[in-house]
Design a binder for this molecule. Sequence first.
Ligand SMILES: [Cu+2]
Length: 123
Amino acid sequence: MTAALRLARRLALTALLLPGLALAHGHLKSAEPAPDSTSAAPKQLSLSFSEGIEASMSQVQLQRLDGQAGTAITTGKVISGRDERTLDVPLEAPLEPGRYQVKWRVLAKDGHKTQGDYRFTVQ
Ligand SMILES: [Cu+2]
């Protein structure tokens, strides 16, 4: 076995033994309103991640999925929530009943960027 192959095997084994390390990025763990939920109109969006997040370097976009589909909803600035893993997004006006999509792009405090999206319904 060549030295390079031995090193590659060792790195692969390390990645297997330390899945937490390999996957340690800012993943969405929960949100309010919750993904795929139906609820009364929220006053704000709250997104909780698996890691500390830089609020000032993160974006959350909200858009309508029905009615005037694709209409972007103007929100307040993304701010830190109850802890460093949570982002809050104040809403400027109550959301009308309908289906919404949240798209998020965040910078974790470890310097990694992640993104994703989810949907919820307002009654
Ligand atoms: Cu990371």
